[in-house]
Write a protein of this length. Sequence first.
Length: 118
Amino acid sequence: QVRLVESGGGQVQAGGSLRLSCAASGRTFSNSVMGWFRQAPGKEREFVAEIRWRSARSYYADSVRGRFAISGDNAKNTTYLQMNSLKPEDTAVYFCATAPETGPYDTWGQGTQVTVSS
């Protein structure tokens, strides 16, 4: 059974940085996609970033491009989301998820809270 566990959330002032981690177990992720999503209060869950292990290519939402960076350590089955220049509108619960190379996201972590104060 695949399991994803996020960590690294917290509270930070605007302009600050946080690094989220997502530790995965139960499946080899070398041919998979790892992604980060977030959900703010009263809003729908939205895509933040993803990385494709096979090609090592990454993709970002327009709202975070240039400020966030997704990376991974295949040997540790861990994905990271480095978040810089944080804004109050980045406040949300952040979830990591995984998907097969071609297919929808099918496994989700429990989420970690990120709060950015102005």
